[in-house]
Design a binder for this molecule. Structure first.
Ligand SMILES: [Cu+2]
Length: 121
């Protein structure tokens, strides 16, 4: 009776260990590929969130979810630049930040729109 219980718990334990290995492998794969994309909303003429910290190589996805308004996200620095062009309502634009640093993304149409991006190494 006792040995039967012991065997059952060992089998359960082995199953749990295998389950944890599967999860751990998934986490490693996720880390290698980089998380994201991280969604940036532009509703009500604001980048939301207004600041974000990511790691080098990770992607921000700019969604124009602001009714009928156009937006135009861009960044222009010596080390890293991008330009979404005029972004139609309902469209999305992905940009991978390949360079570490602190950046301020702006909108070419709405000067008050600002998004601070911290890209870690
Ligand atoms: Cu805008």
């Amino acid at each position: 009776m006792q040995s039967g219980l012991l065997r059952t718990s060992r089998v359960a334990q082995r199953g749990r260990v295998q389950f944890l290995i599967v999860i751990f492998t998934g986490i490693l794969a996720g880390a290698a590929l980089g998380a994201g994309p991280y969604t940036i909303s532009q509703k009500d003429r604001e980048f939301r969130p207004a600041q974000i910290a990511i790691k080098r190589g990770e992607t921000l996805r700019f969604i124009n979810d602001d009714g009928e308004l156009l937006h135009h996200a861009y960044l222009s620095t010596d080390t890293f630049s991008f330009d979404s062009g005029d972004q139609q309502p309902g469209s999305k634009f992905d940009v991978a930040f390949s360079v570490p640093g602190d950046f301020m993304v702006l909108c070419g149409i709405h000067p008050k729109m600002k998004l601070a991006v911290h890209v870690a190494k």
